[in-house]
Design a protein around this ligand. Structure first.
Ligand code: PLP
Length: 359
C-alpha cells in the first residue's frame, strides 16, 4: 500500500473534533499550524544552531510572563505541556528546599503522581473536596513541606483553588507554591475575577498553549518567580553545539515556540478574550439544555461541565458507541464535558439529544 494511503487509513480511525467533548486540547489556530510548519526542523535543545528560533522562544516566554504578571526577576521555560512543567517545578523545589513532601489538592492532575514517582516525593493530599481551600492547607502544611500545589482550573471540574489565600499561607510558612494553570491559564483571566498568577505570592506557574492557547501540540510554559532557581537543574551539554541545558527534554521542537508565538501575537488579549467568552456562552448553553432535560450537573466556573452520574463508565461507553467521546471520572462520579473552542452549539444540540437516550 502507498504510505500516504496507509496514513490516511490510520487517520480515519482517529476521533474527529466534531465528536471530542472530553479533551482539553482543540484544533490549533490556522496561524499556529502555519508557523509550526515553517519551523518544523528546528531543535531548541541545540539553540546555538537555531538562534532565530531561540529568539522566538524567548519572545513567547516573555509574552506569557507579561500575561501572568511575572516580576522582572522571572525565568521561563517552554515545555511539552502541563506534565513536563509540573514535574520540572517539583524537581526545582525539591532541590532548593531539600524536603520530600508535597501538598496537593484532591483533584490534582495525575502528572503529580508521575513527579512523585520520578523524584521520590511523598504526595500529601489536602482534605478539601472539589477545590482546595486555604484553611485546609493551613492544617496540613508543616516543616516537612517542600512545596504546595494549587490549581487554576482543575481537571475534573474546572474549579480554581483559593490561590490568593494559599499563597499568603505559603509565604508565611516559607514554602514554595506551584500553580497548575495548564488548563485555566488562557481562559480564567477573561472570565473570572480570581487572582491565580504572580500578583499573588506564588513561586511558579504552568500554563499550556496547546490547550486554551490554541497552539499546536506540544506546548506549555513554566514560569518561575526567581531566575536563579533555574540554576538548580542546569547541566553541561557535551557533544552538542550548545553548552548548557535546563529542563527535562534534550531535543525540543522549535516549531512549538513558533506556533505559540504566532497565535499569541495574532490573537492578542482581545482575541483570546473573544474565544474565552464564546466558550463560556457555549458552556451556559449546554447547562440550559441539561436543565431542560432534567440532567444533573455540578456548578461550573470555567468552560467545563461535570455531569453527575453513578454509572459514568457505562454511559460513556454507550456514548462512545454513538461516537461521542467524553471524559470520565469514576471517583467523582462524573462525565466531563470540556467546552473547547471546537465545541459549537450545533454539536451541543446533537450531543444532548443522544445523551438523553443513555443517561
Ligand atoms: C490541570 C492540569 N494540569 C496538567 C495537565 C497535563 O497536561 P499535559 O497533558 O499537556 O501534559 C492537565 C491535562 O489535562 C491538566 O488538566
Amino acid at each position: 500500500m502507498d504510505i500516504i494511503k496507509e496514513l490516511e487509513e490510520a487517520k480515519k480511525m482517529d476521533a474527529s473534533f466534531e465528536n471530542i467533548l472530553g479533551s482539553m486540547c482543540t484544533m490549533p489556530h490556522k496561524i499556529a499550524i502555519k508557523a509550526y510548519e515553517m519551523f518544523i526542523e528546528t531543535n531548541l535543545g541545540d539553540y546555538e544552531l537555531f538562534k532565530g528560533t531561540k529568539w522566538i522562544e524567548d519572545k513567547a516566554i516573555k509574552w506569557v510572563a507579561k500575561f501572568m504578571h511575572a516580576p522582572p526577576s522571572y525565568a521561563g521555560l517552554l515545555t511539552s505541556g502541563g506534565t513536563e512543567s509540573n514535574i520540572t517545578a517539583l524537581w526545582i523545589f525539591k532541590k532548593l528546599g531539600k524536603k520530600r513532601e508535597v501538598l496537593v489538592p484532591k483533584q490534582a492532575h495525575f502528572s503529580f503522581m508521575k513527579a512523585s514517582s520520578i523524584l521520590d516525593l511523598k504526595l500529601n493530599v489536602v482534605d478539601s473536596k472539589y477545590f482546595m481551600k486555604g484553611k485546609d492547607v493551613r492544617k496540613k502544611i508543616s516543616g516537612k513541606t517542600a512545596c504546595v500545589v494549587a490549581i487554576a482550573g482543575n481537571t475534573p471540574f474546572g474549579y480554581i483553588d483559593e490561590i490568593e489565600e494559599i499563597a499568603e499561607i505559603c509565604n508565611d510558612e516559607n514554602v514554595f507554591l506551584h500553580v497548575d494553570a495548564a488548563f485555566g491559564g488562557f481562559i480564567a483571566p477573561f472570565v473570572s475575577k480570581k487572582i491565580f498568577d504572580f500578583r499573588a505570592k506564588i513561586s511558579s506557574l504552568c500554563i499550556d498553549a496547546h490547550k486554551m492557547g490554541m497552539a499546536c501540540i506540544p506546548c506549555g510554559f513554566l514560569l518561575l518567580r526567581n531566575k536563579e532557581w533555574i540554576e538548580e537543574i542546569k547541566v553541561k551539554s557535551r557533544c552538542t553545539h550548545t553548552k548548557f541545558q535546563a529542563g527535562l527534554l534534550g531535543t525540543r521542537p522549535g516549531a512549538s515556540a513558533a506556533s505559540a508565538y504566532a497565535v499569541m501575537n495574532y490573537l492578542g488579549y482581545k482575541g483570546y478574550e473573544k474565544i474565552a467568552k464564546e466558550c463560556m456562552e457555549n458552556t451556559e448553553y449546554l447547562a440550559i439544555l441539561l436543565d431542560k432535560n432534567g440532567i444533573d450537573y455540578f456548578d461550573y466556573e470555567l468552560n467545563l461541565i461535570a455531569i453527575r452520574s453513578n454509572k459514568a463508565v457505562d454511559v460513556a461507553k454507550k456514548l462512545a458507541d454513538m461516537k461521542w467521546f467524553v471524559g470520565i471520572d469514576e471517583e467523582n462520579k462524573i462525565i466531563r464535558i470540556v467546552l473547547m473552542p471546537h465545541v459549537r452549539k450545533d454539536i451541543i444540540d446533537k450531543f444532548v439529544t443522544d445523551l438523553r437516550k443513555v443517561i
